[in-house]
Design a protein around this ligand. Structure first.
Ligand code: SAM
Length: 280
């Protein structure tokens, strides 16, 4: 493993890691390069990085893109980042909790925005959900996350990883797993394996549906009770048994199947039928 200078910077400033902020910094240069290559960055791209740490990934991003906005929550990293990256005039540091940022204020009129991040694992799912559901205009999201979460995001029907998170992300994006990353690529070493994944935002959501909120409620209900048939799982919706039977007849889905066997198109048909019966 060829190492980047993360350890030297940590030592130089006497930086103390905060475990609760998910601070596992990358030390493996080849992984940094794989993230950069996997993100398909050009000099036209504006990058938003969430959690720059001591700025090792940030520095690489600054060299190949138009601008980098880095959002960091930890006070003690700010002077380090300002000092280490002072030579770049295309760098903006934002001291905020990424979960509370209005990304439209950063994106503004930028034409080509890509998010690149080694995410803090304790907030991975809320950050991904926020970025997708709030409808920001970015092209892609290339992120290092816990391996197990990455596998759930990219999962297809009929496998145990497939669930509400797979459907949420695949509703908005194509997914591409770039690389599995072992704990030894970080300091301190996390307890879990990691994965780099790219989410390419679709021009419009993958399926047309009448009511998005209902679509995700149907999905959540189907996976809350994974071992039950889809018919039993959807009894929690406000429909009579007779109407629920008609829903399944109308969309031609066998009500004895389990939620994990349904494709996103089938969930779309199902939720549109549920919608019609909820209106009656
Ligand atoms: N990018 C660096 C690297 O690859 O070595 C550091 C990645 S480390 C896994 C996660 C970073 O996110 C840390 O710098 C941490 O302080 C920061 N962070 C944690 N929670 C955050 C939040 N809610 N908003 C913004 N940054 C956060």
């Amino acid at each position: 493993m060829s190492e980047v200078n993360t350890k030297d910077i940590v030592k130089k400033y006497g930086f103390k890691f905060t475990k609760s902020l998910g601070q596992n910094f990358l030390v493996d240069a080849s992984i940094l390069n794989e993230i950069i290559d996997g993100a398909n960055i050009t000099e036209e791209d504006t990058i938003i990085e969430i959690g720059p740490g001591v700025g090792t990934l940030t520095e690489k991003l600054l060299k190949i893109s138009k601008k980098v906005y880095a959002i960091e929550l930890d006070n003690s990293l700010l002077p380090i980042l300002e000092e280490e990256l002072k030579g770049f005039n295309n760098f903006t540091l934002i001291h905020k909790d990424a979960l509370k940022v209005d990304f439209n204020e950063i994106i503004g009129d930028e034409k080509s925005v890509k998010v690149v991040a080694n995410l803090p694992y304790y907030v991975t799912t809320p950050i991904i959900s926020k970025l997708l559901v709030e409808g920001y205009k970015f092209k892609s999201l290339t992120i290092m996350i816990q391996k197990e979460v990455g596998e759930r995001i990219a999962a297809e029907p009929n496998c145990k990883e497939y669930g509400a998170l797979s459907l949420l992300v695949q509703y908005y994006c194509n997914t591409k797993i770039i690389k599995k990353v072992p704990p030894s690529s970080f300091i301190p070493e996390p307890k879990v394996e990691s994965i780099v994944i790219r989410l390419d935002k679709l021009e419009k959501p993958r399926v047309d549906i009448i009511d998005e909120k209902l679509f995700f409620s149907v999905i959540r209900a189907s996976f809350n009770m994974r071992r039950k048939t889809i018919f039993n799982a959807l009894k929690t919706l406000n429909l009579s048994k007779e109407n629920l039977e008609k829903v399944f007849q109308n969309c031609g889905i066998d009500s004895k199947r389990r939620g994990e066997t349904l494709s996103i198109e089938e969930f779309a048909n199902l939720s549109d039928e549920v919608y019609k019966f909820l209106q009656k």
